[in-house]
Design a protein around this ligand. Structure first.
Ligand code: PMP
Length: 361
C-alpha cells in the first residue's frame, strides 16, 4: 500500500493508526455485530462512544466544567450565522477583526444578522500579518468580539489571544484547534469544522461558556439555537455519528502523542523546518510577517510562477500531493496539521531543495 503525503487544507490527512483502528472496527464494533454507522444514536453503545469522545476532548483541552461541548453539523460556515443569531440582540453590535479570507466571510454572514464593526482590516497589507495587540481597542458594549486565530488561506496565525475585557471572545479555530495548548477559559465560544485536526468532514465542534446560553432567543429555529442543542446534548436531531466516533479515536490518539502540549512542540518544529528552507532560498518566498506565521498552513510562492505546474507535477512523483495554493491567492500551500508526519516535511523539504537546484538560473 502506498499512502501519499497529502498537504490539503481540508479534508486533510488523518493519523494512520486511527484509520487502521476504524478499519478493524468497521463491520463489528467491539463485538456488537454492528458498524458504528448502523447504531442508534440513542443506544447505550453509541452513547458510550459519544461520552468518551467528549471526556477525552475535555481532558485534552482542559475545558472547564462551565462550558458545553457541542458536536454539530453544518461546518464552521454555519457558525458564521449561528454566532450572531444566538449572541447578539437586535440593539447590539458585534466587533470583528478581518485578517484573511475566512474572517472576511464571517463578517459578510454576520452582517446579514446584526450590526458589525470591523475594528481592523488587514486587506490593505494583503493579509500578511496579525494586527498588533495594542493597535485596536474593544469597547465593552459589543455583543461579542470575533476573530480567526489561524487564517487557513493566508497562513496567518495570531501569536497572542486578544484581551476583549468583559466582551465575550469568539474564535473560529477551524484550522488551529488541538494544534497547541490554549487556555479555553479566555474564550466565550470556540468553534471548528472537523476536517483538519479533528476527523472527517461533517462534524462541527462548538465549545460554549454556559452563561451565554441565556442569550439564545426562543424565536430561533431549534436547530440553530445553541441552548436547544446543548440541552439535548447535541442530539436534538440525529448527529453525525460516525464522524463523532472517528473524532473520538483521534482524541485518544492525540492523548498518546503527549496531548496538545506534545503536539504543539512537534508542530512548531515541523513548521520551522519548512519556513527555514523558504527563508534560506531566493527561489521560494512566504509573504507573512515572521512572528505571525502559521504552524498549520504554510503558503509559499516560486520565484517564477510559470514553474508552478512543473513543481506540482514533480512533487506528485515523490508522493507529495495537494500543494497548490488556494485559487484566490495562487502559489503553493502546504497544510501540515497534526496528522502530517515529520517524514512528510522532510520529503517536502528535500524535494523543494532539489527543485530549486534544478531551476535556479
Ligand atoms: N473557517 C476557517 C478558518 C476555515 O479554514 C474553513 C474551511 N477551510 C472554514 C471556516 C469553513 O469551514 P466549513 O467548510 O467546515 O464550513
Amino acid at each position: 500500500m502506498s499512502r501519499l503525503f497529502n498537504f490539503s487544507a481540508g479534508p486533510a490527512m488523518l493519523p494512520i493508526d486511527v484509520l487502521e483502528q476504524a478499519q478493524k472496527e468497521l463491520l463489528d464494533w467491539q463485538g456488537t455485530g454492528m458498524s458504528v454507522m448502523e447504531m442508534s444514536h440513542r443506544g447505550k453503545e453509541f452513547m458510550s462512544i459519544a461520552q468518551q469522545a467528549e471526556a477525552d476532548l475535555r481532558d485534552l483541552m482542559a475545558i472547564p466544567d462551565n462550558y458545553k461541548v457541542l458536536f454539530l453539523q453544518g461546518g464552521a460556515s454555519s457558525q458564521f450565522s449561528l454566532i450572531p443569531m444566538n449572541l447578539a440582540s437586535n440593539s447590539q453590535k458585534a466587533a470583528y477583526l478581518v485578517t484573511g479570507s475566512w474572517s472576511k466571510k464571517a463578517v459578510a454572514e454576520a452582517k446579514k444578522i446584526c450590526a458589525v464593526d470591523v475594528l481592523v482590516d488587514t486587506s490593505d497589507v494583503e493579509f500578511s500579518l496579525a494586527p498588533d495587540e495594542n493597535s485596536y481597542s474593544i469597547a465593552d458594549d459589543y455583543a461579542y468580539f470575533h476573530y480567526t486565530p489561524n487564517e487557513t488561506i493566508q497562513g496567518v496565525e495570531f501569536p497572542y489571544v486578544p484581551d476583549s475585557g468583559s466582551v465575550p471572545l469568539v474564535a473560529d479555530m477551524s484550522s488551529t484547534i488541538l494544534s497547541r495548548a490554549i487556555d479555553v477559559s479566555r474564550f466565550a465560544v470556540i468553534y471548528a469544522g472537523a476536517q483538519k485536526n479533528i476527523g472527517p468532514a461533517g462534524l462541527t465542534l462548538v465549545i460554549i461558556r454556559e452563561d451565554l446560553l441565556a442569550r439564545c432567543s426562543d424565536k430561533l429555529p431549534s436547530m440553530f439555537n445553541y441552548k436547544v442543542l446543548a440541552d439535548a446534548e447535541s442530539m436534538y436531531n440525529t448527529p453525525s455519528t460516525y464522524a463523532w466516533y472517528f473524532a473520538g479515536l483521534v482524541f485518544m490518539w492525540l492523548k498518546k502523542q503527549g496531548g496538545v502540549a506534545g503536539m504543539g512542540k512537534r508542530n512548531q518544529a515541523k513548521a520551522e523546518k519548512l519556513y527555514k528552507v523558504i527563508d534560506d532560498s531566493d527561489f521560494y518566498a512566504n509573504p507573512v510577517r515572521v512572528c505571525d506565521r502559521s504552524w498549520m498552513n504554510v503558503p509559499f510562492t516560486l520565484a517564477d510562477a510559470s514553474m508552478d505546474v512543473a513543481f506540482l507535477e514533480q512533487a506528485k512523483t515523490k508522493n507529495l500531493v495537494t500543494l497548490k495554493g488556494h485559487r484566490s491567492v495562487g502559489g503553493m500551500r502546504a497544510s501540515i496539521y497534526n496528522a502530517m508526519p515529520e517524514q512528510g516535511i522532510d520529503d517536502l523539504v528535500s524535494f523543494m531543495q532539489e527543485f530549486e537546484q534544478q531551476n535556479l538560473k
